[in-house]
Design a protein around this ligand. Structure first.
Ligand SMILES: CSC[C@H]1O[C@H](OP(=O)(O)O)[C@H](O)[C@@H]1O
Length: 341
């Protein structure tokens, strides 16, 4: 899959992105020319996935420089920085969003004119996008070496091209392994409640003609016990010194993989690493009850019952076999080896 998930429209100076809530039924590219529309897309997971959020935040700041045209440079920069702050608050757990925003804001802080700011911001945002693709392909190549020549790999949520600028992290490893000639089959957990696994991962891999089966999240442990899973590979939204934050359910799979002595790999670029925080300092996004209470128009639970809809969970590093980055494989002991790349 070579299509870009979110990119800049140079003819119209706006953002374009694949509207992921419509998949797999409809592949639609949306043009976005406002900060409010981009924020809505991020909140609603039209645009999603940690690295893709980094690219979205970067292009969002770039878009802000084209929207505002205050002749007073201090006033102009304040408007753009306020837009960056607004976007960074749309989803708190994935570090990549705020990382991409901050990096582009830094590129304009000394600009002498709105025109110079526009040029600097767009150049930095394009660099972030292109670097993401390069990192994903490097992650893929390093990770592919870890997989047996013939294997069945379980993955959770979507850490594919749709979660990145393109190619993917966890799915990038699978794509690279297949490109090396390895016989890889994938078990994609549907990943309730928003089903990124059944809707997006299965869609991506089927388009690549990579064998994939979707399972309920609750079936993963049973397949591990049956000896039908050779490895687990997932993406990440934030990696602190003591834990990997990823889609809710990842911790459950890690515990089961550990119990069944199945290697558990995390694939993530260096933009996902958080040098400054530990697990207990990270805000875990809690999402709307309706994501659990309804499936489309079908009501799944009584109106009187509340939900606990965490979007992510932290997996302690001791449950992880290795972290695959664009600079190589990080193995235990993580206390020594997790020199933030
Ligand atoms: C390439 S890592 C993508 C990462 O982001 C997903 O979360 P969401 O769909 O809510 O953006 C999930 O945690 C994936 O592992």
């Amino acid at each position: 899959m070579s299509e870009k998930t979110i990119f800049w429209d140079f003819d119209n100076n706006c953002i374009k992105f694949v509207e992921q809530t419509l998949l797999p039924a409809e592949y639609k590219i949306i043009s976005c020319d406002s900060i409010e529309r981009l924020a809505k897309a991020i909140k609603n997971l039209e645009v999603r996935g940690a690295p893709a959020l980094g690219v979205a935040g970067a292009f969002g700041v770039s878009l802000s420089t084209f929207i505002h045209d205050d002749k007073n440079m201090d006033g102009f920069l304040k408007l753009v920085f306020d837009d960056g702050d607004y976007l960074s608050r749309t989803r708190p757990t994935a570090i990549n969003l705020s990382w991409g925003i901050k990096r582009v804001l830094q590129s304009i802080q000394n600009a002498k004119s709105p025109e110079e700011a526009r040029e600097n911001a767009l150049s930095e945002a394009v660099s972030i996008a292109e670097e993401d693709e390069k990192m994903c392909r490097q992650i893929g190549d390093f990770g592919a070496e870890l997989l047996p020549d013939k294997c069945t790999v379980l993955t959770h949520c979507n850490a594919g091209a749709l979660a990145c600028y393109t190619w993917g992290t966890a799915l990038g490893v699978i794509r690279s392994a297949v490109a090396m000639g390895k016989d890889v089959s994938v078990i994609s957990c549907e990943t309730r409640p928003l089903n990124q696994g059944s809707r997006l991962t299965a869609w991506e891999l089927s388009r690549d003609n990579i064998p994939v089966k979707t399972i309920p999240d609750s079936s993963a442990a049973f397949l591990m016990r049956k000896g039908e899973i050779d490895a687990v590979i997932v993406g990440a939204d934030r990696i602190t010194q003591d834990a990997v934050f990823n889609k809710i359910g990842t911790y459950m799979h890690a515990v089961c993989a550990k119990y069944h002595n199945i290697p558990f790999f995390v694939a993530a670029p260096s933009s996902t690493f958080d040098k400054e925080h530990r697990e207990n300092e990270i805000e875990i996004e809690i999402r709307n009850r309706n994501e659990l209470a309804f499936c489309g128009n079908k009501q799944l639970m009584p109106d009187c019952v509340d939900t606990l809809n965490y979007a992510f969970d932290p997996t302690p590093l001791e449950l992880i076999t290795a972290i695959i980055t664009e600079r190589g494989i990080i193995r235990p002991s993580f206390d020594e080896n997790l020199k933030m790349p």
